[in-house]
Design a binder for this molecule. Sequence first.
Ligand code: SAJ
Length: 438
Amino acid sequence: MIENSSLFGKLNDQSAQVVILGLGYVGLPLATVLAEAGYNVTGVDLDRSKVDALNQGISYIDDVDTSLLEKLVKVGSLKATTDFSVVKEADAVSICVPTPLRKTRDPDLSYIISVADSIAPYMHTDMVVVLESTTYPGTTRDLLLPKLIEGRDLNVGEDFYLAFSPERVDPGREDWTTKNTPKVVGGVTPACTEIASKYYQGAMEAVVPVATAEVAEMTKLLENTFRMVNIGLVNEMAIMCDRMGINVWDVIDAAATKPFGFMKFTPGPGLGGHCIPIDPLFLSWKLRSLNYTARFIDLASEINTGMPRYVVGKVQETLNNQGKALKGSSVLVLGAAYKPDIDDVRESPALDVIGLLQQGGAVVSYHDPFIPVLRHEKIELTSVPDVMAEVENVDCVVIITNHSQYDFQAVYERAQCIMDARNALGEIAGDDPKVTGL
Ligand code: SAJ
């Protein structure tokens, strides 16, 4: 009986030794929550600066409070190392390493493979391993499991346990955190689901056991594909409304008054971030290997990746209305981060818009209060020091990221013309022809 195993007992009273592999925006919050719950947690990362910072009780992740980290390190509940051999003493291991896409847009599982190879020599009986990195269905069972048991007499679901649990960390969000966001857990066997659920039940407010690791892997992909496809839909709505001379923002606000059966998404200059543009492509890649085309994902991806070019076309239209050509005009890109009030430019549409403007012969500058320098492919720009002076000086301002600290009333009054890709001006502009929207 599982309940009689020593592992179950250690998970039940949180006396278990826990190892978190990867101390980034997922791993560090997870390590902190598990240590706070009473587990004895060791974080492992190849980045010595992360390991040193953690051992000094210094948080390098905004979502993790330094005073809490300092307390946990001081009482000995949490420490860090670069040495994977700590796994040989571990009762529970969570893998929180990146799963990016390659340049060819297919999944890069090299981090998962590297970690699996690093811990395989230390695998032992009576332990549970949980993969948290977003990936395509089947990774846990078909790729990770064989690497962990290769050459060892370990039977999954009997001697040790293996599961998948999607990370649902939204950096910067304060209402839903690692601790209170329901934790989906799916095992390679039912016993794996039970043990992995027990592991997280000791620290999370709600654990949602599901039948298999594949269900858990697919859950995450549905969550983020749902978002990506709906953003693609609303971006196409913006294009269609523009063709008909209808204000798409009025339409969306009116639709959002429906108290059921509708969820508000807003159009924009494209899809940024390390989750939404990426995760659905894991699914479409996997399905291609099964000779199936995930048409919604491909279409939404086509629409979303086409938005930067659509925005640049609108900039040309805006300048044209002023009797100016894009070539030789000065254009200020306002906001470079992929969404407001953060400092992350990964996959940001601002990068595409800047590149396309430069290709069109515009003299491009940018401002972002969180991003002092932009280096990406042929882009090498520094955020302008005086944003309002630049707003006044350029031929056109294009609003890409509506950081809350911008004074859009002042931007409207001082700019010669504006392309507003976020409806940041709202009612400020009225029907002023110097302003165009999506
Ligand atoms: N975007 C739109 N229109 C929208 C919503 C977003 O154009 O209606 C754009 C944003 O500008 C951004 C991109 O999509 O460029 C992604 O935005 P996001 O709000 O989805 O933010 P992310 O990338 O930080 O997504 C994360 C995800 N969290 C995890 O994967 C754990 C996502 O599942 C969350 O739903 C999302 O945060 C959130 O709700 O904040």
